[in-house]
Design a protein around this ligand. Sequence first.
Ligand code: GLU
Length: 472
Amino acid sequence: MIGLKNQKFSLSALLMPERSALSGASIVTRFAPSPTGLLHTGNYRTAVFAYLFARQNKGKFILRIEDTDKIRSKKEYEENIIESLGWLGLEYDEMYRQSERSIAHKQSLQKLLDQGKVYISKETPQKPGDRTEVIRFKNPNKKISFTDAIRGRIEFDTTELGDFVVAKDLDEPIFHFAVVADDIFSGVTHIIRGEDHISNTPRQILIYEALKAPIPTYAHLPLVLAQDKSKLSKRKGAKAITEYRDAGYLPEALINYMALIGWNPGTEQEIFSKNDLIRTFSLDRVQKSGAIFSEEKLRWVNKEHLKLLPAEGREREVAHWIFNSAQAKKNNWNREDGVLNRLVPTLIERIETYGDIQTMADAGEFDYYFAKPIYDSKMLLWKGKGELSATKTRLEKIISLLSKINDKKFTAADVKSAVWDYAEKEGRGEVLSPFRIALSGKEKSPDPFTLSEILGKDTTLARLKKAVEKCI
Ligand code: GLU
């Protein structure tokens, strides 16, 4: 690592470099992922910050796919990046692939070669297959400093870098050179990227100087850490954005949560829409130290965003998840709108993500709402004891009590008050247990009053009558 020296600095001076001091309109940021694997939330956090900063300043946000590693770059990863940004709603103003600019890279390299700023260096191969020639940068060996928007003033002596390699040959620049050439080409004013790139900055600044281009403002973001405080990675359980999408998370929740990884608004507010974030975000409130990714917090943020959605759209989505569950398809669930309309509002209270609905379906929680319960008549006996004839009498009594309730007022509270006195007198377990089994066929289910309300009067009475028939 290079000797880094942080000092206090004036923020307004560094966020507005001279050439953009008068108008935010010239601000350009970029997200420059390499499509060599599935990107995870830690990677997309960089995109979120670069996007928010560009939009806040009415600037441009560019997507550059850094696909120069021909062996490791894969089309499917590039497609996943495009799909993820699209789903998140992080729209970019321009997109290009680094590989499409190879002619321009070659021309820039040639120019530096002609000017003697880089040179062809004869190499002694260390192992078979190694190159005998590379292109090296003629290091002026000087002190350089830059003011990072997050980390403050950073100084270094480039002598320790030696004459570093910038290209294998004229057709194959290495990473540092291509990044700088492309950032100059795109007019990038603010390079917002992960802290792991700090050590690349000295070399890159020397290349900017050699190409006589203005040095952009750098903002190196703190690392996103896993729970064990190591760098977040797929191995540490980090997921791709599309995995969250498929697990029923909301894009606005992901953006909100990612914005909070390493940034805070300086207030108690934690729930932000994308537009709120565009208004509130600021680089000077980004912390220097690493920030831990918490799936639990993300789920909480998702739930808060779920609550903000209009009821109608939310309920349509819940219904979609219920009827697309494996159980619905396997058991041919009957889409009974009355049941659905009564079930969904209470269900919404219990979920953090739409994906929780699949988990509940797997646990059999909807079986009794959309299909007739299947159970053995012995289950109608409270604790397996007593006679079915006694159960039959009790179920008939429940039927007669419920029949008196007004069709329009068949709520859990009405059902409860209709049968409560009887249950108290006869024994709660003896009355309520067969009542529950008649409706759900399961010992573990919501209480019979809630079940009655959701199933509705007709279905409730029909199931109770069916139970009576089983009491022989
Ligand atoms: N392609 C680099 C990466 O995926 C980013 C380069 C940069 O932001 O300067 O880490």
